[in-house]
Ligand binder design. Structure first.
Ligand code: ARG
Length: 581
């Protein structure tokens, strides 16, 4: 609203200077202005004129008004300041707007977001943490911005781990009932959690075991009895546990599909690829060549040939007929396009190890037409969460950390903090605070960057942390509960109020930035700025004891607005606020 009004004024003024270019403005974080226009440099270059003069002339042409003050600033910016009247007006409009003034997209897109990736029979581990946190928040951001988003956990439930786990359990005698040797004792989570790691180790040293596990996997994939029934029991048990862990993290999925769901579509996907003449034989397997110009470039040095920018073919079917990870992902895209009409984007969140995989899958889908030309296939690559040594976060003994253990650590950390603050918090509060600490500590970093897991830093009640933002809301609630007065008109009577409204404008502009970047760091930074703007206000003004009733009613309106803006942002970050802390 503000931005487009300012741009309208700028462009009208530019027209009378015979400037043909469209001018635009951006939110400014410089103290001397609220918005700025940086276009005069480029215009001057094109017209062969002095850039500062261009800025001055445009400003001269803008009529004075009650909302915006325009000025030219060296070297060649146009600065725009919002007047108090404008700020008061904005605050009032935002207070009564369902989305607190966030500029939502007019035409929302249909998006499928694939960000869970938990594997059946394997425990969720630290590697699944970031995709769950980032994916959940992106989903909420896109929805706020007007998209229709469907989230799919896309379970890893059709791979070699299934055969490995079953074979291991079989050799331990835990599947005897299925093979006519006595009664079946139901499998337990402990059985699964022990079997997979053992099997995974064995596969690397026992060639026979690996071969056999591959055969078992194929039998499961062919739905042979009893292999498939065992698989179903394992899947059900495992999914129950996965659901508990995701829900503690606040990750909610619309679809609990998996690789196995897509299996039905593998045959059809392979047929389409074949009909397009893309399927090639390679050492008995079926592949699609996906390399583009500039990839797989041979370089020969001392008689040795290596390849620059390697892009191996996409593996579609093994020589034994089994389908692979890529096949199920291609079939999933086919399935999604059959179940939903006009999907605009399909997005995936995983770490960098899957870069090549998604490049191969996306290219195969585009070449074969399984994904329509206008559909965006996007892989959002998350950086890793590292320990203090800068290496991927591990247990003391060097093992991968289970997600469950991290959640436990967060709850314990939060519990300690609550105790130190003399608050009698229960487990519910501790979970909310612990998860907030983790999420904010994660999302304040650019999605693609690595960061260091520092529980003490994340858990602090001061600074750029989740608990600090939660604490701000708790403080506002306590003031609102103490003052029994309806909200009045917002009056701009001091700098602290002014800064709060500017911080809200900044927060609202950050939703657009994040939407474009598929990242949430900008939003986190703006949420923190709003919380600190509130904190400065809180230190200077005593709302509860304010004598002037008009001013007090204005503060109540202001606090209500700040609370709603913070809550809206926290909802996007999937952070809940405890009653007390
Ligand atoms: N299950 C995979 C893993 O744990 C992640 C799945 C990502 N999503 C996908 N559609 N391939 O590595």
């Amino acid at each position: 609203m503000i931005k487009s009004q300012i741009e309208k004024l700028l462009n009208e003024a530019a027209k009378s200077e015979e400037i043909e270019d469209k001018l635009s403005c951006t939110f400014s974080s410089r103290p001397e202005c609220d918005y700025q226009c940086n276009d005069c440099f480029a215009i001057a270059k094109k017209m062969g004129k002095n850039p500062y003069e261009i800025a001055e002339n445009i400003v001269k042409n803008i009529k004075n008004n009650n909302f915006y003050k325009f000025s030219a600033a060296k070297p060649a910016f146009i600065n725009i300041q919002l007047t108090d009247q404008c700020l008061a007006y904005i605050a009032q409009v935002f207070l009564h707007d369902n989305f607190c003034g966030v500029n939502r997209n007019k035409h929302g897109q249909l998006v499928i977001l694939d960000y869970g990736g938990a594997n059946v029979a394997k425990a969720l581990h630290v590697g699944h943490l970031r995709p769950a946190i980032i994916g959940e928040s992106l989903k909420r951001l896109y929805k706020l911005m007007g998209d229709n988003v469907i989230s799919d956990v896309h379970l890893g439930d059709w791979g070699l781990q299934m055969g490995l786990t079953e074979l291991q359990l079989f050799e331990e005698g835990k599947l005897d009932g299925y093979f006519g040797k006595g009664e079946n004792k139901p499998l337990t989570l402990d059985d699964l959690n022990e079997a997979y790691p053992k099997a995974s180790l064995r596969k690397n040293i026992e060639e026979d075991f690996k071969k056999k596990a591959e055969q078992w996997t194929l039998k499961i994939q062919r739905r042979e009895s009893p292999y498939f029934e065992i698989y179903q029991e394992i899947r059900e048990l495992s999914v129950k546990e996965i659901k508990v862990n995701y829900s503690r993290l606040g990750a909610e999925f619309d679809l609990w599909y998996g690789e196995s769901t897509a299996d039905e579509y593998c045959g059809e996907a392979i047929d389409i690829i074949k009909q397009k003449g893309l399927l090639k034989q390679s050492e008995g397997a079926l592949v699609v060549e996906v390399a583009q110009e500039g990839e797989n470039v041979p370089v020969t040095k001392n008689g040795q040939t290596t390849y620059l920018n390697p892009m191996p073919p996409c593996l579609i079917q093994k020589s034994n007929g089994a389908v692979l990870y890529a096949t199920t992902d291609i079939a999933t895209i086919l399935m999604r396009n059959k179940l939903y009409k006009n999907v605009d984007r399909i997005e995936y969140v995983t770490d960098a190890r899957q870069k090549m995989h998604f490049t191969q899958v996306f290219r195969t889908c585009k070449l074969s037409g399984i994904s329509p030309e206008k559909q965006d296939l996007i892989h959002i690559v998350n950086g890793t969460m590292n320990g203090r040594d800068g290496k991927p976060f591990k247990t003391r003994s060097g093992d991968t950390i289970k997600l469950e253990d991290i959640i436990q650590m967060l709850c314990e950390g939060a519990m300690k903090k609550l105790k130190a603050n003399g608050v009698e918090g229960g487990e519910d509060e501790a979970l909310k605070i612990g998860v907030a600490a983790m999420k904010f500590g994660d999302l304040i970093n650019n999605v693609s960057k690595d960061y260091i897991f520092d529980l003490d830093k994340f858990m602090a009640f001061e600074g750029k942390t989740g608990p600090y933002i939660q604490y701000t809301v708790v403080r506002i609630n306590s003031i609102l509960n103490k003052v029994n007065l309806p909200a009045g008109d917002i009056i701009i009577n001091n700098d602290q109020v002014r800064n709060i409204i500017k911080a809200i404008l900044k927060l609202n502009s950050s939703y657009q930035v994040c939407y474009k970047e598929h990242s949430l760091n900008n939003l986190c930074a703006s949420v923190f700025d709003l919380a600190s703007a509130f904190s400065s206000f809180y230190n200077e003004h005593n709302v509860v004891n304010e004598k002037d009733k008009n001013v007090q009613a204005s503060y109540i309106a202001l606090l209500t607005l700040v609370k709603r803006c913070l809550m809206q942002a926290l909802d996007v970050l999937a952070i809940e606020v405890p009653e007390k802390m």
